[in-house]
Design a protein. Structure first.
Length: 83
């Protein structure tokens, strides 16, 4: 199956993190925002696979925290003068 986007004629598949990077990201979220058991997984994506980690409220933080995962998997085009 090929993916289509308005910008690109054809994409092979959405950009994803390798498994070892996912583990690092999840550990970072747990350390800085709190442990999470719920993740909203994007089901269909033409470009990037974006998930949302749901960190539940605590006594110190009485609100839900939503943390996105996925945007960093896409390599950015950096101008040579900024590399």
């Amino acid at each position: 199956m090929k993916w289509f986007s308005k910008k690109d004629k054809e994409l092979e598949a959405p950009v994803l993190y390798p498994e070892e990077e996912i583990e690092i990201i999840e550990a970072h979220i747990a350390e800085h925002y709190g442990k999470f058991d719920k993740v909203f997984h994007e089901l269909v994506s033409a470009d990037l696979h974006i998930d949302i980690a749901v960190v539940e409220p605590t006594e110190d933080r009485n609100y839900y925290t939503l943390v996105t995962m996925g945007m960093g998997a896409h390599r950015m085009n950096v101008p040579p003068e900024l590399e």
